[in-house]
Design a protein around this ligand. Sequence first.
Ligand code: NDP
Ligand code: 8X3
Length: 255
Amino acid sequence: MNQQKTVLITGATSGIGAACAHIFAQNGFKVIISGRRAEKLDTLKEELSAKYNSKVLSLAFDVRYFEETENAIKNLPKEWSQIHILINNAGLALGILPIQEGNLEDWNQMIDTNLKGILHVSKCVIPSMTARNSGHIINIGSIAGKETYLNGNIYCASKAAVDALTKAMRIDLLKFGIKVTQVAPGAVETEFSMVRFKGNADAARKVYEGFKPLTAMDVAGVVFYTATLPAHVNINDVIVVPTAQANTTHTFKNM
Ligand code: NDP
Ligand code: 8X3
């Protein structure tokens, strides 16, 4: 049924994006996987093709740079150029410092990836959706965009921007019948904390100690659910957390 549908997933080299690539490929979608690490994309492409016999295109680009993004998406082969579902997932947190000690480079990278990255990719994909009067954009926000927490400052702000942008896109794209959804996860065990703590494996491990965090596939399952509802049904927003996590500041750690 979904054989003809194409999904573009940003940040598919790892974590939630890679899990989304698996679930969509397994279910017969054509999948465009993207991220900066080309060799990881190639490995994933081979794995998906071998496992599910699916059609997969690997597209390496950095969402922070509009020209690079536009060049990649504009030059898609014709049979891949109609994107039905866009999953804006690429994102990261860098550091966890109080605002008065924050690092300007980290701030810029978070804003450029988490917010401007969504703008860049969406700007390149939306015209073909408005032309067809259909499509679905799924933005991966965060519980950190709903509530702030100590030292979360710029990451929280970037995800609050995703929350606002998702609502704004939904209004502007309403007349084209384009669905816009935000999936906002709580703690998911991926490469996220290794990136946030800049390779400090001990610090990263501690984030998930004493409770059962979400897996990337838990989140991908929710994304897939929102993407496969009937044409007249849209999920605007969903916060998905581990059962042990009430909000950003209350996680029950049974240690
Ligand atoms: P991972 O670190 O495992 O994956 C992040 C992905 O983003 C990677 O594939 C990475 O690919 C890609 N990425 C980062 N920067 C860029 C860039 N400039 N251009 C293109 N791709 C980029 O983390 P998650 O899977 O956990 O994160 C996915 C999304 O989920 C993020 O938006 C994150 O903020 C959000 N999230 C994560 C939560 C968690 O607890 N893990 C909770 C809530 C939200 P590459 O390095 O190859 O470019
Ligand atoms: C990631 C979840 O709570 O670490 O978006 O910010 S949190």
